[in-house]
Design a protein around this ligand. Structure first.
Ligand code: SF4
Length: 64
């Protein structure tokens, strides 16, 4: 699993962090970033739900 956050697209809505707090966090400016060690998805069942919840589709989840 590979997670990509399009930081140009992210508007800092925080839905990803609310939905999958085990994978995402927000940086000092409020934009989404991956928690350390979660770049491969960390097997979180809420990961795909978080990608869906993003209002600007900034999160891409790819199976490898
Ligand atoms: S839900 Fe989307 S727009 Fe909001 S912080 Fe996460 S990646 Fe950014």
């Amino acid at each position: 699993m590979r997670i990509t956050i399009d930081t140009d697209r992210c508007i800092g809505a925080g839905q990803c962090v609310l939905t999958a707090p085990g994978v995402f966090t927000q940086d000092d400016d409020g934009f989404s970033e991956l928690l350390p060690g979660s770049a491969d998805g960390a097997d979180d069942p809420m990961l795909k739900e978080a990608a869906r919840a993003c209002p600007v589709q900034a999160i891409t989840v790819e199976s490898e």
